[in-house]
Design a protein. Structure first.
Length: 312
């Protein structure tokens, strides 16, 4: 029997499934044209309500490598949820494509899309989660460190954004020790922390929330950050710059991490704000690997979901 699955948040996968998807991503990176599940070509809708570079590039290239037809849809032009209801849009899209990828705002929007769609739906970014990015980041960590379970992962900056949430859930699934360093008022929702702690307890990882950037990165194998001002929060730029000043990834902060620590940033990056140029452009940074691995990780999750939908 077919089992329709969606990827709306990181913990829509089990730990074993996450491991399998990452293994498939590595295989696809090594041999990009071996797997062609969308041969035909079958179409994949790539919807975006927000500015996009890596999402559009990586999904377009990835779907093509899978033998499919990447169909870009400007969500703002389509007016999904305004000009036409999300439910009606989901039904229309499902009649034309084999999967729906959506970069949108509120998590509720993509959940409504998934509830009405008859094909897999993939979260390419919402205000609450960025699970495809974290899959790519986990692939990158594996490439540079050789393993995930037991990795000490320190994230500093905005602890209440989608990347922090996905690092909590995705990192916990992988059995990492995830530390979020953020000032009061910008820390993860307690419910999200509890959700991650429950996962971590089952697989041998851990979660720590602190207002100390030094505690977050101390002896860390991986140091990560993100922009201080996410899309739609531009009016908070001045207040956030003040609040996050002590959380900048610079040489002084990196000195507290492991001597072989790597540095991650999902991009776009603002040199001189959340991260200094000499760190972002230096030998520790693996950001270009992250950006490329979006393609491979997304190919793997699309293939995983397609196999489930087809009962394979």
């Amino acid at each position: 029997m077919n089992a329709l699955r969606h990827f709306l948040a990181d913990d829509d996968l089990t730990p074993a499934e996450q491991t399998a998807v990452l293994a498939l991503a590595a295989e696809m990176k090594a041999d990009p044209f071996k797997h062609r599940p969308f041969e035909g070509p079958r179409s994949v809708a790539i919807l975006s309500d927000k500015a996009t570079l890596r999402t559009q590039l990586s999904f377009h290239a990835g779907v093509a490598e899978l033998g499919g037809n990447p169909m870009f849809v400007d969500g703002r032009l389509a007016g999904i949820g305004t000009r036409e209801s999300i439910a009606d849009s989901a039904k229309v899209l499902s009649g034309h494509v084999s999967a729906i990828v959506w970069r949108t705002g509120a998590q509720q929007r993509i959940e409504e899309m998934a509830a009405q769609a008859t094909v897999p739906v993939v979260n390419a970014l919402t205000d609450e989660f960025h699970p495809c990015q974290v899959l790519a980041d986990l692939q990158t960590i594996t490439e540079h460190k050789g393993f995930l379970h037991g990795i000490r992962f320190g994230y500093v900056g905005d602890g209440a954004n989608n990347m922090a949430n996905s690092y909590l859930l995705g990192g916990a699934l992988a059995g990492m020790h995830v530390r979020i360093g953020a000032p009061e008022g910008y820390q993860p929702d307690p419910a999200m922390v509890a959700r991650a702690e429950t996962i971590a307890a089952k697989v041998g990882g851990s979660v720590l929330i602190t207002d100390s950037p030094l505690e977050a990165v101390r002896s860390a194998d991986v140091v990560a950050t993100d922009t201080w001002v996410s899309m739609g929060l531009e009016e908070e730029n001045e207040a956030r710059t003040v609040a996050f000043g002590a959380y900048q990834v610079n040489a002084d902060l990196i000195d507290h991490a492991d001597a072989e620590a790597i540095v991650m940033h999902c991009l776009p990056a603002y040199r001189g704000k959340e991260i200094m140029a000499e760190i972002l452009d230096g030998p520790r940074a693996v950001i270009w690997d992250e950006a490329e691995n979006r393609r491979h990780a997304q190919k793997a999750i699309l293939t995983f979901l397609d196999r489930a939908a087809r009962g394979e």
